[in-house]
Design a protein around this ligand. Structure first.
Ligand code: ADP
Ligand code: MG
Length: 403
């Protein structure tokens, strides 16, 4: 749980909480539907704890990538309503970020009440690269509160006004969610229980190079699936047909294979692949076919790891004491190519130790494939932030809290 003791008694204080409420939405305004409320649910414990302690809670968050101006499609209004349902109390909503509405909504809060400000990215100061522009916006945000709690793990790798600059202006503390995430990441990097198995997949190898680089020095086994497999297979000299291939990463993949061989880290690549002749699209019926990984036909593309590989990956996870998994094994959004991802998720639920799922799509895969979230040790809410941490980078939003 978060430790708010550094803030003193929060009763009666206005506490600005940076949450990550960036959830997927469907539909057109004003009838927007939240398709996965996982991040809202993950934000509740901190908000509830502060409200129960008598704070006047002002939640600041972003949604999507609006262009620094109000845009109805990215309004947090439906998110604030859902937060109210989950909290079981009314949540006030400010129709601007730091303007008249925000000021009057905050002034109207009684002890224990909660308000949500409109999408912080409607203000260009939030993400500005100009320190002064960000500072000016952070001053306005800070003027709405007496203290700051950082709980938006998905954004702690960003040097943004509501994440970084505002923490320099108010007494601050780490929220429960960020504290949990950081604790789990520490356990993955500092003295992990062994065997330590890392499973990587997803679409692009170039997104994950930093993680592979850093974790090759820490893990005992690295299992590779998803779209990045084909760059590794090509690096070994195999044909990959029309599969996803990053030509400019061949050398680096080769160097990782060589390094693993010389340091005794086991890299497992799939031995069979589920292919089709076209990338799955809405109407077309998929025609999945299993082929050896070394014999992908020229007219086909790999869309999942095959059954033999799925079994091998599950076996390689069976004795693990620490697992980090990022990136689906295949195009899990289409049922015909979801089995590899399902098998890895299943294997993770059986791990006797710490099993961590990181990455937005991986977390969504676990949920949409019907797994019970409680069966995993931890499902991270922040893809980019956890990857940057695992690359060994300093996260500005964490660093600023330690100052
Ligand atoms: P995460 O968000 O968990 O970090 P990524 O964003 O890296 O994961 O990758 C997720 C995407 O990778 C999914 O949309 C999935 O369809 C895609 N993907 C997985 N395997 C393949 C493949 N063989 N070819 C193309 N795309 C793939
Ligand atoms: Mg993703």
């Amino acid at each position: 749980m978060g430790d708010y003791s550094s803030l003193g008694d929060v009763a009666g204080k206005r506490v600005l909480v940076r949450s990550d409420l960036n959830v997927p939405l469907d539909g057109t305004p004003p009838a927007m539907r939240i398709t996965d409320d996982g991040r809202i649910r993950a934000s509740v414990p901190t908000i509830r704890a502060l409200a129960e302690a008598g704070a006047r809670v002002v939640v600041v968050a972003h949604l999507g990538r609006p262009k620094g101006a109000p845009d109805e499609r990215y309004s947090l209004r439906p998110v604030a309503a859902r937060l109210g349902e989950l909290l079981g109390q009314d949540v006030a909503f400010a129709s601007d970020t730091v303007g008249e509405s925000a000021q009057s909504v905050v002034a109207g809060l009684a002890d224990g009440q909660v308000a949500v400000l409109e999408n912080v990215r409607f203000n260009p100061g939030e993400t500005s690269k100009d320190d002064r522009e960000r500072a000016a916006f952070a001053d306005q945000l800070a003027s709405l509160a007496d203290a700051f709690v950082s709980d938006g793990f998905g954004v702690v790798h960003r040097k943004q006004a509501s994440v970084y600059d505002v923490a320099q202006r108010l007494p601050h503390a780490m929220g429960a969610l960020v504290a949990t995430e950081v604790d789990v990441l520490r356990r993955l990097t500092e003295d992990p229980a062994r065997p330590y198995v890392v499973v990587l997949g997803g679409s692009k190898v170039s997104d994950k190079l930093g993680v592979i680089d850093n974790l090759l020095g820490k893990a005992d086994r690295l299992l590779i699936g998803g779209g990045m497999v084909f760059t590794f297979l090509a690096a070994q000299g195999h044909e990959v047909g029309k599969s996803l291939l990053e030509q400019d990463q061949l050398d680096i993949c080769r160097s990782y294979l060589a390094r693993a061989a010389s340091t005794g880290v086991e890299i497992l690549l799939p031995t069979d692949i589920v292919v089709d002749t076209t990338f799955p699209s809405g109407e077309a019926t998929p025609h999945p076919r299993v082929v050896p990984a070394t014999q992908i036909p020229a007219d086909s593309l790999g869309l999942d790891i095959g059954p033999e590989s799925a079994a091998a990956f599950a076996a390689a996870l069976a004795d693990a004491r620490t697992v980090f998994w990022n990136g689906p094994m295949g195009v899990f959004e289409v049922d015909a190519f979801a089995d590899g991802t399902r098998a890895v998720a299943e294997a993770l639920t059986k791990v006797d130790g710490l099993s961590v799922v990181g990455g937005g799509d991986s977390a969504a895969a676990v949920r949409t494939l019907g797994f019970d979230e409680a069966a995993f040790g931890h499902i991270s809410t922040g893809g980019g932030a956890s990857l940057e941490y695992l690359e060994g980078k300093q996260l500005p939003g964490i660093q600023v809290l330690e100052d």
